[in-house]
Structures are given as structure tokens and as C-alpha cells.
Unconditional design. Structure first.
Length: 455
């Protein structure tokens, strides 16, 4: 029923008539309708580094329910906060709140971008390992042939980073001291590589020949000892467990004074490439017939076949303390893609960034590093990458730093592996110079990329 009002007669003072008219207007529903709901959402930062978290804060008024939209989903309280990792490079976190008088929407945008890394150049010819203090294990020497004479022999080298260096072994107790000097350079005749370094700065070194033969040396505080049962080492964890290869060319794990041979999947060889803090080991293993190689995961005893991406080959290069494994695998179309293995499933993370890529490191936050050849590459030079938020970020412009090398020199990825630690530092081997005939001349080094400290 529509309520009607008639204008009151105006008698007496004009003010009295106006007042009565206004009262009648109010009684007849002439006031405005209740306002609709309102919603506001903000993010603690509009840009974050790969793998970093962001805190969303939202409020609403005159609403009875709220729902997340965009890069998050699900029902929400009418007001609150949530800390999460943005799932993509570009993120729109929306909120829709509803009430009896309508709906309200709001959104906050967050982009994932590379941080402003500090770049440190390190005197290594190649690198294999990085610990949480920025300590690096690798080697010096080697390089291209030179008409001026032979290059220095390859020699294990390591640095302590921000931690105090370990005490060296007493004089005469370093096994490498027994190797004769090189007559050309004065260096050792035993080629050696430092392949693993733990958080205490202890190092596993592989020696490739000379009077020692193929052995592994463990450099601990004030001591250097030959590891029984291994001919090469690839990693060492904080429990001083060393992994590598046995004389039978099988993956081996040295712990508590003895080496365990992990065997194979029926083929002739296997190798352990990495170990995490809890003793889980990863590597590669040949199948029966030696025509295929599969990545494996081990608790130090048996082997678990991680499978492959359809091309018959896979290799695991790193595992974090949560047991997430990364590596590379052939695909059904013959490409090589980086993979991430977790919860019993191998996931292709490299399909979107070229036909040749591999993951070689992962930290406890799940950030992954490795190498890839850009799809538009004209020289085939691999680039380092960091993978987070389901997105690959090219690190080449940071690691190679165009303009900081002599004009006309080529800059290429060097020897060893791209690694990442739990401080999000990234280690990249780099070489620069001239690769042209008749005598290539280039210099190799390592660069350590350090992100800004958290505020």
C-alpha cells in the first residue's frame, strides 16, 4: 500500500508550515535508502622477491559475508589478515562482500620481481657447492690451452664466507701434501675438486689421480682424512655424511666410519649427487640394460625410483630438508626440462622456458635455481634462473652484469653448478673472454648474488 500525504494548510507563521511539511516528508519515506556494503583490502607490499610472503589486510562494513577472489579463494571473515606467498608473478587479490543492501568489491595488486642483489666476484675457476654462510667449494686452475705454457693444474679451493675458517690440518698431515709439485707451475700434480661444503665449513674433496689415486678427503676442523669406500664425493651435510661414488661405480654414502653401497636399479652404475640435513640422498641410477637412467631418492639404504617425464632419462641434483627433489628429465618430445618432485609426483617446471633446462638447487623455502637456454637464444649460452611463484626469473643480467667486463669480450656460464642457500644467496659460475681460434683466452670466476636483508 502506498502511503500518501497531503500538504498541510499553512496557517500562522511560515516557519510552522515548513516544519510540518518536512515532518510529513519524513513520515512518507522521503529519506534516502541505506548505503550498500563497503570493503577495503591492502597488501603489506606491492612488490616482493620470489618466494617472499605478503600480508593482506581487509575490512568491511554493512556486510554479512565476504569471499576471496582472483589469486586466492574461499570464504573470509568480515575483517582480518592473511600472510601468504603470491602464487604468480602478477597477482590480483580481490575481495567481494555482500549484505542485504548490495555488494562491494576491492582488490590489491602484488608483483613478484627480482631483488636488488649485491654481486660479489669470487676467485674460483668453477664452483660446486654453497653453504648458509656464503661459504663456497670449487676449484682454481685449469682453463684453455695457452701458447705461453700449460695452465695451472686444477686444485680444490673453498672459502668460509661470513663464518670463521676452519683450522687447517697440522703440517704434513694433509694427504694432498704428498703429491709432487707440477714442474711448470709449482702446484700439485694431483688434480682435485672441492665438491661439498657444510654449514660448519667442512669440505669433501675429490682427488683425481697422482700418488693418491682416486680418493676422497674430508677436511674437518684441524684434520684431513681419506674417506674409505669412495672414489669421488659430491656433497657433505652437517652430520658429516658424505655422498658420491664407490669403486664399483655405485652411489655411496659414508657415515659413522663406513661407506654403504646403495646399488642400482639393475644397471651397471649409479651416483649420489646430493644429501639433505636429515640424510636423504638423491642422484641417478641406471636401469637394467643400461639404456635408461632414472633419478632416485634414498634414506641411506634402499632406493626409490622417481620416474621421468616421458623421455626415458632423469637425474636428481638437489634435495631440501623437506624432501623436495629437483633435477632434470627428458620429455617425450626429446627436450630436457627441469622437474620438481614432491608427494610422490614429478612435475615439469621447465616446459614454459625453452627446450633445454635443468634445476640444480633448492632451499628450505622452496626456491629453485638452475640453468636454461632461452628460446630466442642465438648463441646457445645457458642462463642461470631462479624459480618461485610458479615463474622462472632470468638471472643473467644480474650475474653477467653487462658493461662490467672489457668491451668486446663474450660472457658465458662457467663450469660447475648454480646453487642456492637458505639465505636466498645464489652462486653462479661465469667465464669471460675470447673463445675464437686459434687460441681461446678466457678467465673464469664465480659470482655470489646476495639479496637485501629482511627489514
Amino acid at each position: 500500500m502506498v502511503r500518501r500525504c497531503s500538504n498541510p494548510p499553512v496557517r500562522g507563521w511560515p516557519q510552522r508550515g515548513l516544519l510540518l511539511a518536512l515532518l510529513c516528508l519524513a513520515a512518507c519515506g522521503g529519506s534516502s535508502s541505506p548505503p550498500p556494503p563497503a570493503a577495503v583490502i591492502t597488501a603489506s607490499a606491492t612488490t616482493v622477491a620470489p618466494g617472499a610472503t605478503v600480508t593482506l589486510t581487509w575490512t568491511s562494513t554493512r556486510a554479512q559475508s565476504c569471499e576471496a577472489q582472483g589469486q586466492w579463494s574461499g570464504p573470509l571473515q568480515l575483517s582480518g589478515t592473511k600472510t601468504l606467498t603470491p602464487p604468480a608473478a602478477s597477482n590480483d587479490f580481490g575481495i567481494e562482500c555482500s549484505g542485504p543492501d548490495g555488494q562491494a568489491t576491492a582488490n590489491a595488486s602484488v608483483s613478484v620481481v627480482l631483488p636488488h642483489y649485491t654481486v660479489a666476484r669470487l676467485n674460483f675457476s668453477g664452483v660446486n657447492a654453497l653453504n648458509d654462510h656464503g661459504g663456497v667449494a670449487g676449484w682454481t686452475g685449469g682453463g684453455p690451452p695457452s701458447p705461453a705454457g700449460p695452465q695451472p693444474p686444477v686444485k680444490a679451493a673453498w672459502s668460509s664466507g661470513s663464518a670463521p675458517p676452519l683450522a687447517p690440518p697440522p703440517p704434513g698431515q694433509d694427504p694432498l701434501a704428498n703429491c709432487p709439485p707440477d714442474p711448470y707451475t709449482g702446484g700439485s700434480m694431483c688434480p682435485s675438486l672441492a665438491n661439498g661444503i657444510n654449514s660448519a665449513g667442512e669440505v669433501a674433496v675429490s682427488v683425481g689421480g697422482g700418488p693418491l689415486g682416486q680418493v676422497v678427503i674430508h677436511y674437518g676442523p684441524g684434520a684431513a682424512t681419506i674417506v674409505p669406500g669412495l672414489i669421488s664425493a659430491t656433497a657433505i651435510n652437517d652430520m658429516d655424511t658424505i655422498v658420491g661414488m664407490t669403486p664399483g661405480f655405485h652411489a655411496g654414502v659414508f657415515a659413522s666410519g663406513a661407506t654403504v653401497d646403495l646399488g642400482t636399479f639393475g644397471g651397471g652404475s649409479s651416483i649420489a649427487n646430493a644429501i639433505n640435513g636429515t640424510g636423504r640422498v638423491v642422484g641417478s641410477d641406471t636401469l637394467a640394460g643400461d639404456m635408461a637412467t632414472h633419478a632416485f631418492l634414498s634414506d641411506g639404504a634402499g632406493l626409490v625410483d622417481l620416474g621421468e617425464l616421458g623421455g626415458g632419462m632423469s637425474e636428481a641434483w638437489a634435495v631440501n630438508d623437506s624432501g623436495v627433489v629437483v633435477g632434470e628429465s627428458k620429455t617425450a618430445n626429446g627436450e630436457t626440462h627441469a622437474f620438481r618432485y614432491a608427494d610422490g609426483q614429478m612435475i615439469d617446471i621447465g616446459a614454459s622456458f625453452g627446450s633445454s633446462n635443468a634445476a640444480t638447487g633448492i632451499n628450505k623455502w622452496g626456491l629453485i635455481v638452475g640453468t636454461f637456454v632461452p628460446a630466442n637464444s642465438t648463441d646457445g649460452n645457458p642462463h642461470p634462473f631462479i624459480y618461485g611463484n610458479a615463474t622462472m626469473f632470468d638471472l643473467w643480467e644480474v650475474a653477467a652484469q653487462p658493461g662490467t667486463y672489457p668491451a668486446g669480450e663474450q660472457v658465458r656460464l662457467g663450469s660447475g653448478y648454480v646453487r642456492i642457500n637458505n639465505q636466498d644467496q645464489v652462486l653462479v659460475p661465469v667465464c669471460h673472454g675470447d673463445w675464437g681460434p686459434p687460441h681461446p683466452q678466457y678467465t673464469c670466476l664465480a659470482v655470489l648474488l646476495t639479496p637485501p636483508a629482511d627489514p
